[in-house]
Design a protein around this ligand. Structure first.
Ligand code: ANZ
Ligand code: ZN
Length: 842
């Protein structure tokens, strides 16, 4: 017998697959299509992680099975290669990021190829390739032309270490997501993308897709839709009003103050009436240094300063109430102001106690124990505490006696009639800060022209917002002019220093002969935008490019997109299920609106895998010395063992510790299979009866499990099958042995090709059809379980032949008939006789 030698057979089959181009997807093929997608990797200097292997192997198994089922499968791969680690490496070493990227992708490519993954390498893409980012820039220009990109001077999150602005999403617990430095606030002019214009559709269209519930929940929370009322409070002795957003307008009669955000424009407008101007100014200066997270942290004490001399009028009862400034109020949410209801909101209560504001009860509990808005009982309620739940209105004029639910509607209506308020919907979602002050990203393809700025301003003055000469974006951002499509891509020029300047400008700003250019519109002198795009840009549309990766006329041919879209199954890390998904859905919807893509949603189904931790339960890290290198595993055990183990290690969506012992178990399993196929006594004329039934059950189980991404139980069932086959007299017919090989093949493709060839076949096993099971054989044997009460037969039920005692008792006690017999009595004893009966003794 030949020895199982993965190091020899694996490269052989990898070459064979490559030579025969077996995994190339065919555009417009008559077979039904399946588009299976994994998140393309960032080719970091650390090389491939076993975590990558987990999801790529699992989805590879799905892709291979789908091909065997007759689908035209697209399972592509590429590189998400712009990014900070590469840039930081360039800063340190002076080596150009392009060079570093090239080297890293070569390593990654080689590593992936050694795993025998069935990627269609002919469609490989790279976000840093000018032929690719030409289209990333093109999409940006479309956003700009349609008025969905705008420049705005805003306080942004600023990482003092990376020296760049960060999107809210890149700030985790007040720190830079990448380097963990505490984030500061800075006012910088940034390009923004108007994702808020799509908030409602991004939310509603979640109905159209099949995402894991927890993934949908993340999307919903991030969008943060909130229904409530905006209320206008008149300012005493002035024409001005303060608008607040509240979800609890039923508490309007309990408002005893207003608090405005430090950014609120009213403070500036009313500054001459504010008696303690200096104190207020000082407070605002301090507040502006804080991050939003610090300001809204529930644990931190809330602070504020009264605007002395300023009063508002409560529209409910015309009472005069004080106005404060407080930094826990967010300037960009609602109206940037809140109404303070100390009796019914915890935060307001603490604030009122601290500063001696009046506390007025306007809601009383419905019952002794109050009911939460969710319908559950609030068992924690004690009468003297702040009552935050819905209840019955008191001290509320004509609305007293109403339930909160009703009062919210009625008070809103009443305000509406007087023009003092209206129902309103707010979103937590903010527009997307799209500028970065970095080198290693896509240049934003715009120039700034003074001539055109004057021209735009002139046109605006004449009321000619819509005109032939300038796009909506150009009118919206006076002076900013699109680089024409024919001049794309705007390629990254070579620089000497990659380090951001720290002044808020990217290193590109230092290259004068690149920055200074001619305005494409008027021919006058112009300057290029030196900001680059964030890392999220290239990955927001890459799955489209796979459908037509070499197209130089459009980002992808519409007909091809029609054929391949939507992505049927998209898998990736849980850490990307909020932002990357949201951003790419946003881009996709926009491209749909302008007629570039044929579907409103990009991904029909989204799943996520759990991460692979080190054997010690910690994150794998060079500094801990606990990193498992996939290359070493392949060298020691072979790619098939690695793949199999990573599918077997645990439920796919859960984090799991690496176990070398587990890996070795999988290696031994493959060796056993190898030996069985070479054992003349194990493959014979006819399959043993018991084994035949098990085979068909296993075919069904593996098929179902692959559909449901239960890779671990699929592997377990094949192991259990092999155990039975190995038992003394058990034999498989050649045909049945082949069936087993076919269901194993998607998991461990190399060994299966080899054994398939050993059985005398010339063609690849992946050209075979996925085996069918015989439903009759799959059916488990059953019997009629007799149910007695005090020894008398009272009922019967059909159950599995091998039912356990526990299971049998559970089934019996749930039966209506039996429940009636038992009534209120407590069974003294429940006797189980295996394969026959259950007797309940009362
Ligand atoms: C009065 C009130 C009384 C409130 C009460 C709650 C309970 P969500 O659900 O997150 O939308 N709020 C409004 N604008 C704010 C801002 N710019 N910064 C900080 N807080 C703000 O929360 C809505 C509630 O958050 C609003 O309802 C308001 O407080 C507060 F018993 O108004 B409420
Ligand atoms: Zn110009």
């Amino acid at each position: 017998m030949k020895k199982y030698n993965p190091q020899k057979i694996e490269p052989k089959w990898q070459k064979y697959w490559e030579k025969t181009a077996m995994y190339q997807a065919k555009d417009f093929d008559k077979r039904p299509k399946k588009y299976i997608l994994i998140e393309f990797p960032y080719p970091s200097g650390d090389g491939l992680h076993v975590g990558h292997v987990r999801s790529y192997s699992a989805l590879d198994a799905v892709a291979r099975k789908k091909r065997m089922e007759g689908y035209n499968v697209l399972y592509p791969i590429g590189w998400d290669a712009f990014g900070l680690p590469t840039e930081n490496y360039a800063i340190k070493t002076g080596i150009h990021p392009e060079k570093v990227t090239k080297k890293n992708t070569e390593i990654f490519r080689k590593q992936l190829k050694r795993l025998g993954l069935s990627f269609d390498w002919s469609r490989e893409i790279n976000t840093t390739d000018p032929k690719y980012y030409k289209w990333t820039q093109w999409i940006f220009l479309k956003f700009f032309e349609k008025g969905l990109a705008y420049k705005n001077k805003i306080p942004i999150n600023w990482c003092p270490s990376c020296k760049t602005g960060l999107a809210n999403e890149e700030v985790v617990n007040g720190r830079c997501e990448r380097c963990k430095t505490e984030v500061e606030r800075r006012e910088i002019s940034q390009w923004m993308l108007k994702i808020t214009a799509y908030a409602e559709r991004l939310l509603k269209d979640l109905e159209k897709v099949d995402y894991l519930d927890k993934i949908k929940a993340q999307q919903i929370n991030w969008i943060g839709r909130s229904e409530g009322t905006t209320v206008k409070f008149r300012i005493l002795d002035s024409q001005l009003q303060i608008e607040v957003f509240t979800t609890r307008v039923d508490t309007l009669f309990g408002v005893t103050a207003l608090v405005v955000a430090p950014e609120h424009k009213l403070i500036e407008v009313l500054k001459n009436q504010i008696k303690n101007r200096d104190e207020v100014q000082e407070y605002i200066v301090q507040a502006k240094k804080k991050s939003e997270l610090e300001r809204t942290d529930l644990e931190k004490e809330k602070t504020g300063v009264p605007l002395k001399g300023i009063f508002a009028v409560n529209p409910a009862n015309n009472e005069k109430i004080p106005v404060w400034v407080g930094d826990y109020v967010i300037g960009t949410y609602g109206g940037g102001a809140v109404m303070v209801v100390p009796a019914h909101d915890k935060r307001d209560y603490v604030f009122a106690k601290k500063y001696g504001l009046e506390i007025r009860k306007v809601i009383k509990p419905r019952q002794k124990k109050a009911v939460l808005p969710t319908g559950k009982q609030n068992t924690k309620y004690k009468p003297d505490e702040v009552f935050v739940d819905y209840g019955i209105l008191i001290n509320s004029g004509q609305f007293s006696g109403m339930t909160s639910e009703k009062a919210i509607k009625e008070i809103t209506k009443w305000l509406e009639k007087q023009g003092l308020g209206k129902a309103s919907v707010q979103y937590k979602l903010r527009d997307w800060v799209f500028s970065r002050q970095h080198y290693w990203g896509e240049p934003i393809p715009l120039v700034f022209c003074e001539n055109c700025k004057k021209e735009v301003e002139r046109l605006k003055k004449e009321g000619r917002e819509k005109n032939e000469k300038f796009s909506i974006g150009e009118m919206l951002n006076p002076g900013w002019v699109s680089v024409p499509d024919s001049n794309l891509p705007v390629t990254l020029p070579r620089v000497e220093k990659y380090k951001p300047t720290g002044t808020g400008e990217s290193p590109l700003a230092a290259i004068k002969d690149w920055v200074n250019t001619k305005c494409p519109k008027c021919g006058g002198p112009a300057k290029r935008e030196t900001d680059t795009m964030p890392n999220w840009a290239g990955s927001s549309w890459y799955f489209l490019r796979y459908c037509d990766p070499h197209n130089d006329k459009s980002l992808a041919d519409y007909k091809k997109l029609e054929y391949w879209l939507p992505v049927d199954l998209y898998n990736g890390g849980m850490e990307h299920t909020t932002l990357h998904l949201l951003y790419s859905r946003f881009w996709h919807k926009f491209l749909y609106d302008i007629g570039v893509v044929p579907t409103p949603e990009p991904y029909a189904k989204r799943r996520s895998h759990g991460i692979v931790l080190a054997e010690d339960g910690r994150k794998m890290s060079k500094s801990f010395g606990n990193v498992i290198n996939p290359d070493e595993v392949v060298e020691g055990y072979g790619a098939d063992s690695l793949r199999l183990y990573e599918m077997f290690m645990g439920p796919f969506d859960q984090a799991i510790n690496w176990s070398t012992q587990g890996l070795e178990g999988c290696y031994r399993f493959l060796k056993r299979i190898w030996a069985l196929f070479f054992n003349k006594n194990k493959i014979g004329e006819k399959t043993t009866k018991e084994l035949l039934q098990k085979l068909h059950q296993t075919i069904k189980k593996v098929g179902d499990d692959l559909e449901n991404m239960k890779f671990n139980t699929a592997v377990a069932s094949m192991m259990s099958f092999v155990n039975l086959w190995q038992e003394k007299d058990n034999v498989l017919s050649k045909e049945d042995a082949e069936k087993f090989l076919k269901i194993l093949a998607p998991f461990t493709p190399h060994i299966c090709e080899e054994l398939w060839q050993f059985l005398g076949h010339k063609n690849s096993i992946f050209k075979e059809k996925w085996p069918e099971y015989d439903p009759k054989l799959v059916k488990k044997e059953t019997f009629e379980l007799v149910i007695q009460i005090n020894g008398k037969v009272r009922d019967k039920v059909e159950v599995d032949a091998d039912i356990s005692e526990e299971e049998a008792k559970k089934i019996v006690l749930k039966r209506e008939k039996i429940k009636k017999w038992i009534g209120n009595q407590k069974p003294k004893k429940v006797i189980f006789v295996k394969g026959r009966l259950v007797n309940i003794v009362l």
